[in-house]
Design a protein. Structure first.
Length: 310
Protein backbone atom coordinates (compact mmCIF):
# COMPACT_ATOMS: atom_id res chain seq x y z
CA UNK A 1 0.00 0.00 0.00
CA UNK A 2 1.19 3.48 -0.87
CA UNK A 3 1.05 5.89 2.01
CA UNK A 4 -0.55 9.24 1.31
CA UNK A 5 1.31 11.86 3.19
CA UNK A 6 0.33 15.43 3.84
CA UNK A 7 2.60 18.22 2.74
CA UNK A 8 0.87 20.49 5.17
CA UNK A 9 -1.56 19.52 7.85
CA UNK A 10 -3.70 22.57 8.43
CA UNK A 11 -5.69 23.44 11.46
CA UNK A 12 -8.76 25.62 11.61
CA UNK A 13 -10.22 26.76 8.31
CA UNK A 14 -8.63 24.43 5.79
CA UNK A 15 -9.34 26.72 2.85
CA UNK A 16 -8.46 29.92 4.64
CA UNK A 17 -6.53 32.49 2.67
CA UNK A 18 -2.85 32.91 3.42
CA UNK A 19 -2.46 29.72 5.40
CA UNK A 20 1.18 28.81 5.47
CA UNK A 21 2.15 25.95 3.23
CA UNK A 22 5.45 24.22 2.87
CA UNK A 23 7.37 26.02 0.16
CA UNK A 24 9.71 24.51 -2.38
CA UNK A 25 12.83 25.04 -0.39
CA UNK A 26 11.30 23.51 2.70
CA UNK A 27 10.00 20.54 0.80
CA UNK A 28 13.23 19.62 -0.91
CA UNK A 29 15.41 17.75 1.50
CA UNK A 30 12.96 17.44 4.39
CA UNK A 31 11.12 14.38 5.61
CA UNK A 32 7.75 15.91 4.73
CA UNK A 33 7.51 13.92 1.51
CA UNK A 34 7.35 10.15 1.84
CA UNK A 35 8.78 8.31 -1.15
CA UNK A 36 6.45 5.66 -2.49
CA UNK A 37 7.75 2.12 -2.48
CA UNK A 38 5.03 0.31 -4.43
CA UNK A 39 4.01 0.35 -8.07
CA UNK A 40 1.09 2.76 -7.97
CA UNK A 41 -1.22 4.76 -5.77
CA UNK A 42 -4.86 3.83 -6.25
CA UNK A 43 -7.44 6.51 -5.51
CA UNK A 44 -11.22 6.49 -5.77
CA UNK A 45 -13.13 9.65 -6.69
CA UNK A 46 -16.72 10.01 -5.53
CA UNK A 47 -18.80 13.01 -6.53
CA UNK A 48 -22.23 14.59 -6.28
CA UNK A 49 -23.73 12.33 -3.66
CA UNK A 50 -26.54 14.81 -2.87
CA UNK A 51 -27.36 13.15 0.44
CA UNK A 52 -30.52 14.40 2.09
CA UNK A 53 -31.16 15.51 5.66
CA UNK A 54 -32.86 12.20 6.42
CA UNK A 55 -31.42 8.95 5.07
CA UNK A 56 -34.75 7.84 3.64
CA UNK A 57 -35.42 11.06 1.71
CA UNK A 58 -35.07 10.84 -2.04
CA UNK A 59 -33.36 13.14 -4.53
CA UNK A 60 -34.85 13.35 -8.02
CA UNK A 61 -36.79 10.22 -7.15
CA UNK A 62 -33.65 8.23 -6.32
CA UNK A 63 -32.74 6.63 -3.01
CA UNK A 64 -29.35 8.31 -3.00
CA UNK A 65 -28.41 6.94 0.41
CA UNK A 66 -28.86 3.33 -0.69
CA UNK A 67 -27.12 4.08 -3.96
CA UNK A 68 -24.12 5.46 -2.09
CA UNK A 69 -24.01 2.39 0.14
CA UNK A 70 -24.13 0.17 -2.95
CA UNK A 71 -21.27 2.14 -4.49
CA UNK A 72 -19.21 1.82 -1.32
CA UNK A 73 -19.89 -1.92 -1.24
CA UNK A 74 -18.77 -2.18 -4.86
CA UNK A 75 -15.57 -0.29 -4.11
CA UNK A 76 -14.90 -2.53 -1.13
CA UNK A 77 -15.23 -5.61 -3.34
CA UNK A 78 -13.48 -4.36 -6.47
CA UNK A 79 -10.77 -2.17 -5.01
CA UNK A 80 -9.47 -3.72 -1.78
CA UNK A 81 -6.09 -2.21 -2.71
CA UNK A 82 -7.30 1.40 -2.69
CA UNK A 83 -5.06 3.90 -0.95
CA UNK A 84 -7.49 6.76 -0.42
CA UNK A 85 -10.73 8.44 -1.47
CA UNK A 86 -11.34 11.91 -2.92
CA UNK A 87 -14.85 13.39 -2.66
CA UNK A 88 -15.33 16.23 -5.10
CA UNK A 89 -18.33 18.14 -3.79
CA UNK A 90 -22.14 18.27 -3.68
CA UNK A 91 -21.85 15.67 -0.95
CA UNK A 92 -25.02 16.85 0.76
CA UNK A 93 -27.89 18.46 -1.11
CA UNK A 94 -28.73 21.19 1.39
CA UNK A 95 -25.78 21.14 3.74
CA UNK A 96 -27.39 19.30 6.65
CA UNK A 97 -24.88 18.26 9.29
CA UNK A 98 -26.61 14.92 9.92
CA UNK A 99 -25.95 13.90 6.32
CA UNK A 100 -22.26 14.81 6.56
CA UNK A 101 -21.97 12.80 9.74
CA UNK A 102 -23.60 9.77 8.14
CA UNK A 103 -21.23 10.09 5.20
CA UNK A 104 -18.19 10.28 7.47
CA UNK A 105 -19.41 7.19 9.29
CA UNK A 106 -19.88 5.27 6.03
CA UNK A 107 -16.35 6.09 4.92
CA UNK A 108 -14.85 4.71 8.11
CA UNK A 109 -15.44 1.20 6.77
CA UNK A 110 -12.44 1.52 4.47
CA UNK A 111 -9.97 2.44 7.18
CA UNK A 112 -8.24 4.57 4.51
CA UNK A 113 -7.61 8.30 4.32
CA UNK A 114 -10.35 10.31 2.64
CA UNK A 115 -10.64 13.95 1.72
CA UNK A 116 -13.57 16.13 0.73
CA UNK A 117 -14.06 19.48 -0.94
CA UNK A 118 -17.28 21.49 -1.14
CA UNK A 119 -19.57 21.87 -4.14
CA UNK A 120 -22.23 24.49 -4.72
CA UNK A 121 -24.79 22.50 -2.69
CA UNK A 122 -22.55 22.05 0.35
CA UNK A 123 -22.22 23.97 3.58
CA UNK A 124 -18.52 24.57 3.90
CA UNK A 125 -18.90 25.77 7.49
CA UNK A 126 -20.59 22.51 8.45
CA UNK A 127 -17.91 20.46 6.71
CA UNK A 128 -15.27 22.39 8.62
CA UNK A 129 -16.96 21.74 11.93
CA UNK A 130 -17.01 18.01 11.23
CA UNK A 131 -13.45 17.80 9.82
CA UNK A 132 -11.61 20.89 11.04
CA UNK A 133 -8.08 19.79 10.20
CA UNK A 134 -8.33 18.17 6.83
CA UNK A 135 -5.12 18.42 4.78
CA UNK A 136 -5.46 20.04 1.37
CA UNK A 137 -2.08 19.28 -0.18
CA UNK A 138 -1.15 15.62 -0.43
CA UNK A 139 1.75 13.64 -1.83
CA UNK A 140 1.28 10.20 -3.28
CA UNK A 141 3.78 8.15 -5.26
CA UNK A 142 5.69 11.12 -6.62
CA UNK A 143 2.52 13.09 -7.35
CA UNK A 144 1.21 16.12 -5.55
CA UNK A 145 -2.52 16.39 -5.06
CA UNK A 146 -4.10 19.77 -4.39
CA UNK A 147 -7.70 20.01 -3.21
CA UNK A 148 -9.33 23.30 -4.21
CA UNK A 149 -12.51 25.02 -3.09
CA UNK A 150 -14.26 26.36 -6.21
CA UNK A 151 -17.36 27.72 -4.45
CA UNK A 152 -16.22 31.31 -4.03
CA UNK A 153 -18.37 34.13 -5.46
CA UNK A 154 -21.20 31.70 -6.13
CA UNK A 155 -23.97 33.09 -8.32
CA UNK A 156 -26.70 31.15 -6.53
CA UNK A 157 -27.46 29.25 -9.73
CA UNK A 158 -24.71 26.65 -9.34
CA UNK A 159 -21.65 28.48 -10.56
CA UNK A 160 -18.56 29.14 -8.44
CA UNK A 161 -15.00 30.30 -8.77
CA UNK A 162 -11.54 29.94 -7.25
CA UNK A 163 -10.81 32.65 -4.71
CA UNK A 164 -7.47 34.45 -4.89
CA UNK A 165 -6.27 32.41 -1.91
CA UNK A 166 -7.02 29.17 -3.79
CA UNK A 167 -5.22 30.39 -6.91
CA UNK A 168 -2.23 31.23 -4.71
CA UNK A 169 -2.30 27.74 -3.17
CA UNK A 170 -2.40 26.22 -6.62
CA UNK A 171 0.53 28.33 -7.75
CA UNK A 172 2.52 27.26 -4.71
CA UNK A 173 1.91 23.64 -5.61
CA UNK A 174 2.89 24.28 -9.23
CA UNK A 175 6.14 25.81 -8.04
CA UNK A 176 6.80 22.83 -5.78
CA UNK A 177 5.99 20.33 -8.53
CA UNK A 178 8.15 22.12 -11.07
CA UNK A 179 11.06 22.09 -8.64
CA UNK A 180 10.57 18.48 -7.58
CA UNK A 181 9.56 17.31 -11.06
CA UNK A 182 6.38 15.88 -9.54
CA UNK A 183 3.07 15.29 -11.29
CA UNK A 184 0.15 17.38 -10.05
CA UNK A 185 -3.42 16.20 -9.59
CA UNK A 186 -5.83 19.12 -9.15
CA UNK A 187 -9.20 18.32 -7.60
CA UNK A 188 -12.08 20.81 -7.71
CA UNK A 189 -15.86 20.67 -7.98
CA UNK A 190 -16.69 22.86 -10.98
CA UNK A 191 -15.80 21.92 -14.55
CA UNK A 192 -12.99 24.17 -15.76
CA UNK A 193 -13.99 23.84 -19.42
CA UNK A 194 -17.08 23.42 -21.54
CA UNK A 195 -19.03 20.16 -21.42
CA UNK A 196 -21.09 21.11 -24.45
CA UNK A 197 -24.36 21.71 -22.62
CA UNK A 198 -25.60 25.29 -22.54
CA UNK A 199 -27.13 25.09 -19.09
CA UNK A 200 -24.04 23.44 -17.60
CA UNK A 201 -21.55 25.72 -19.32
CA UNK A 202 -23.38 28.68 -17.77
CA UNK A 203 -22.55 27.34 -14.29
CA UNK A 204 -19.02 26.07 -14.90
CA UNK A 205 -15.98 27.48 -13.09
CA UNK A 206 -16.53 31.20 -13.52
CA UNK A 207 -12.86 32.16 -13.55
CA UNK A 208 -11.55 29.18 -15.50
CA UNK A 209 -9.44 31.58 -17.58
CA UNK A 210 -7.40 32.39 -14.45
CA UNK A 211 -6.83 28.69 -13.80
CA UNK A 212 -5.66 28.01 -17.35
CA UNK A 213 -3.41 31.05 -17.41
CA UNK A 214 -1.77 29.85 -14.21
CA UNK A 215 -1.28 26.29 -15.42
CA UNK A 216 0.24 27.61 -18.64
CA UNK A 217 3.04 29.35 -16.76
CA UNK A 218 4.58 26.15 -15.37
CA UNK A 219 6.16 23.07 -16.90
CA UNK A 220 4.28 20.58 -14.78
CA UNK A 221 2.32 17.53 -15.83
CA UNK A 222 -1.17 18.33 -14.58
CA UNK A 223 -4.34 16.26 -14.44
CA UNK A 224 -7.62 17.81 -13.26
CA UNK A 225 -10.48 15.95 -11.57
CA UNK A 226 -13.90 17.57 -11.36
CA UNK A 227 -17.51 16.68 -10.50
CA UNK A 228 -20.54 19.00 -10.76
CA UNK A 229 -21.79 17.95 -14.21
CA UNK A 230 -22.95 14.43 -13.19
CA UNK A 231 -21.26 12.97 -16.27
CA UNK A 232 -18.19 10.99 -17.16
CA UNK A 233 -15.65 12.99 -19.17
CA UNK A 234 -12.10 12.47 -20.39
CA UNK A 235 -11.04 15.75 -22.01
CA UNK A 236 -7.80 17.47 -22.89
CA UNK A 237 -7.00 21.16 -22.95
CA UNK A 238 -3.57 22.74 -23.24
CA UNK A 239 -1.90 19.37 -22.65
CA UNK A 240 -3.85 18.89 -19.42
CA UNK A 241 -6.05 15.84 -18.99
CA UNK A 242 -9.41 16.86 -17.52
CA UNK A 243 -11.51 14.07 -16.02
CA UNK A 244 -15.18 14.35 -15.07
CA UNK A 245 -16.62 12.00 -12.47
CA UNK A 246 -20.14 10.58 -12.61
CA UNK A 247 -22.47 11.11 -9.69
CA UNK A 248 -23.42 8.47 -7.16
CA UNK A 249 -26.95 9.96 -7.26
CA UNK A 250 -28.16 10.75 -10.81
CA UNK A 251 -26.48 11.38 -14.15
CA UNK A 252 -27.44 14.24 -16.46
CA UNK A 253 -27.86 13.65 -20.18
CA UNK A 254 -25.02 15.14 -22.22
CA UNK A 255 -25.34 17.95 -24.78
CA UNK A 256 -28.63 19.44 -23.58
CA UNK A 257 -29.99 22.95 -23.39
CA UNK A 258 -31.72 22.16 -20.10
CA UNK A 259 -31.25 19.69 -17.28
CA UNK A 260 -32.40 16.20 -18.21
CA UNK A 261 -31.87 13.17 -15.97
CA UNK A 262 -30.46 10.03 -17.57
CA UNK A 263 -32.99 7.22 -17.16
CA UNK A 264 -31.79 4.44 -19.43
CA UNK A 265 -28.67 2.40 -20.00
CA UNK A 266 -25.55 1.84 -17.97
CA UNK A 267 -24.90 5.56 -17.60
CA UNK A 268 -28.15 6.00 -15.68
CA UNK A 269 -26.59 4.00 -12.85
CA UNK A 270 -24.62 5.49 -9.96
CA UNK A 271 -20.94 5.68 -10.82
CA UNK A 272 -17.48 6.55 -9.56
CA UNK A 273 -13.95 6.94 -10.89
CA UNK A 274 -10.79 5.05 -9.93
CA UNK A 275 -7.27 6.22 -10.62
CA UNK A 276 -3.85 4.63 -10.48
CA UNK A 277 -0.98 7.07 -10.16
CA UNK A 278 2.34 5.63 -11.28
CA UNK A 279 5.60 7.15 -10.26
CA UNK A 280 8.05 8.64 -12.75
CA UNK A 281 9.89 6.05 -14.78
CA UNK A 282 7.28 3.39 -14.12
CA UNK A 283 7.32 0.48 -16.54
CA UNK A 284 3.55 0.51 -16.73
CA UNK A 285 2.50 -0.63 -20.21
CA UNK A 286 -0.18 1.22 -22.20
CA UNK A 287 -3.62 -0.24 -21.73
CA UNK A 288 -6.20 0.77 -24.33
CA UNK A 289 -9.13 -0.56 -22.32
CA UNK A 290 -8.47 1.54 -19.29
CA UNK A 291 -7.16 4.51 -21.22
CA UNK A 292 -3.82 4.80 -19.52
CA UNK A 293 -1.40 7.55 -20.45
CA UNK A 294 2.23 6.58 -20.77
CA UNK A 295 3.43 9.25 -23.14
CA UNK A 296 3.89 11.51 -20.14
CA UNK A 297 6.57 10.98 -17.58
CA UNK A 298 4.03 10.08 -14.90
CA UNK A 299 1.58 7.43 -16.05
CA UNK A 300 -2.04 7.70 -15.03
CA UNK A 301 -4.50 4.88 -15.47
CA UNK A 302 -8.16 5.57 -14.82
CA UNK A 303 -11.64 4.27 -15.44
CA UNK A 304 -15.25 4.65 -14.38
CA UNK A 305 -17.41 1.99 -12.76
CA UNK A 306 -21.22 1.87 -12.89
CA UNK A 307 -22.99 0.13 -10.04
CA UNK A 308 -26.26 -1.81 -10.18
CA UNK A 309 -28.49 -1.18 -7.20
CA UNK A 310 -30.95 -3.85 -6.08
FE1 LIG B 1 -24.26 17.90 -8.16
Amino acid sequence: MIPISCINSLEGNPFEANRSVVNSSEVSGTETIVTASSECCKLIQLSDLHLQALAQQRYRDRDVEQQLLAVLGHIEQQHPDLDGLLLSGDLVHQGHSAAYRRLARYLERFDKPWYWIPGNHDSFQTMQRIRPAQPLNLRCNGWSIVLLDSTSAADGQGSGSLAESELRRLEEQLQICQKLKAGLLVVLHHNPMSVQSDWQDRIMLANADRLWALLGRYKVQVTILFGHVHQQWDLTQANVRVLGCPSTAVQFVMAQEQLLVETEGATALPGYRWLKLFSAGSNQEPNQQTNSTTANRFALETGVEWVCVD
